[in-house]
Design a protein. Structure first.
Length: 171
């Protein structure tokens, strides 16, 4: 075997991806977007099928992708306006007091929206865009108030979204 047949496996770039270098945009939730603390690139799973044979049942790739939920956390502003953006959307979709409230939610927020997670390079330049299509909220965490706390811990809320799919684009 000659050295020309050996593949060079040394990476050309030695910078690691940083978990603190990102921006998150949600089309219909601008007040939440500004205070984002955490976001994730959800997992993706391709199911399998089993082909039966007389001697051995063997797995083959499935034909359905399953995406995990998108989780974010954000600091709440003192008017709770960013918290209420998601709260009101959830109430309008799930259990409004009347149909006018539901129609208002659908008109203002729509049922679904798009969002994107921009991953930044070590030089703070956009490197990748993970685009989420047809997002809608599933849950919103509570807000714990505590007068016994010795330090000021600002209110932070978690939200979970489902979406149709996501794509990854190198920028």
């Amino acid at each position: 075997m000659t050295t020309t047949n050996i593949i060079n496996r040394e990476p050309t770039k030695l910078d690691y991806a940083s978990p603190i270098q990102f921006r998150f945009k949600i089309t219909k939730l601008p007040k939440v977007e500004f205070f984002i603390q955490t976001a994730n690139i959800p997992g993706i799973n391709l199911g399998t099928a089993t082909v039966p044979t007389p001697l051995y049942d063997y797995p083959v790739p499935g034909d359905t992708l399953t995406y995990q939920a998108l989780d974010i956390s954000f600091l709440c502003d003192e008017n709770l306006s960013n918290y209420l953006e998601i709260h009101d959307w959830l109430v309008g979709l799930g259990h409004p007091d009347n149909l006018d409230e539901q129609y208002k939610t659908i008109d203002e927020k729509g049922i679904k929206t798009d969002g994107s997670l921009i991953v930044l390079s070590s030089n703070q330049n956009p490197a990748f865009r993970i685009a989420f299509q047809d997002m809608f909220p599933l849950s919103l965490s509570g807000l714990p108030f505590n007068v016994g706390s010795t330090d000021v811990e600002y209110l932070e809320s978690d939200a979970t979204f489902r979406y149709r799919r996501f794509t990854v684009e190198k920028l």
